[in-house]
Design a protein around this ligand. Structure first.
Ligand code: HEC
Length: 182
């Protein structure tokens, strides 16, 4: 080892430096794409999706009882929708059954739905404004986890139109109230 170092031609350090410089230049010259956004790395895409569903709070609205039970909900009951409605200026919406959504739609369609707020049709309080910013990889991991759970048909109440409160079931009122008005 030390012998070969002794015999290194004096110019080789310069060559190495030059090579490193070229490599660095070509790396920064790579065009920026969607996929340069951060993404979660895990042992599998399904594992990444499982992690993201939790830390991105998807279960809070899409798994019945998740908040009340502090996340202690069996996998077989996860992501099959939340029958407790969200009432606001948009009417009443329900955290959809994501297992059925993954079953009905292709992965590309799922990405499209989350990027476009369901083509402008998606209502609050689904955080469309945040979800549209997921990297492609993370959106696909979320899909793969929902899909891995398999379909589970659980019926949810129908959305209501603006100004109409639900007549059955439970709902959370998210309308903004002014504390100074009676
Ligand atoms: C604050 C509650 C809330 C959170 C948090 C939330 N969602 Fe939603 N989501 C909803 C509601 C409510 C709807 C239904 C909106 C409607 O009816 O237009 C919805 C709709 C969706 C839909 C569209 C389903 C369809 O076919 O119409 C997808 C997909 C979805 N959510 C995925 C997610 C994912 C993935 C996360 C986590 C990154 C997430 N949601 C976090 C409340 C939430």
């Amino acid at each position: 080892m030390s012998r070969s170092r002794l015999f290194l031609p004096s110019g080789s350090l310069a060559v190495l430096t030059l090579a490193a410089g070229v490599a660095a230049t070509s790396a920064t010259a790579t065009p920026r794409t969607q996929d340069e956004k951060p993404f979660v790395q895990a042992s599998s895409d399904v594992a990444a999706g499982e992690y993201l569903m939790t830390v991105a709070s998807c279960h809070d609205c899409h798994t019945a009882g998740w908040v009340e039970k502090k996340g202690q909900v069996a996998k077989e009951d996860q992501l099959s929708g939340n029958p407790v409605g969200f009432y606001g200026p948009w009417g009443t919406t329900y955290g959809k059954n994501l297992r059925q959504v993954a079953d009905r739609h292709s992965e590309d369609e799922w990405v499209d739905i989350l990027r476009t707020a369901d083509h402008g049709q998606g209502a609050l309080p689904m955080p469309w404004h945040d979800a549209s910013k997921f990297s492609d990889k993370d959106l696909r991991a979320l899909y793969r986890y929902a899909k891995s759970l398999g379909p589970k048909a659980v019926r949810l109440p129908r959305n209501t139109k603006p100004g109409i409160k639900p007549t059955t079931g439970q709902y959370i009122d998210l309308t903004v109230k002014d504390s100074t008005s009676k």
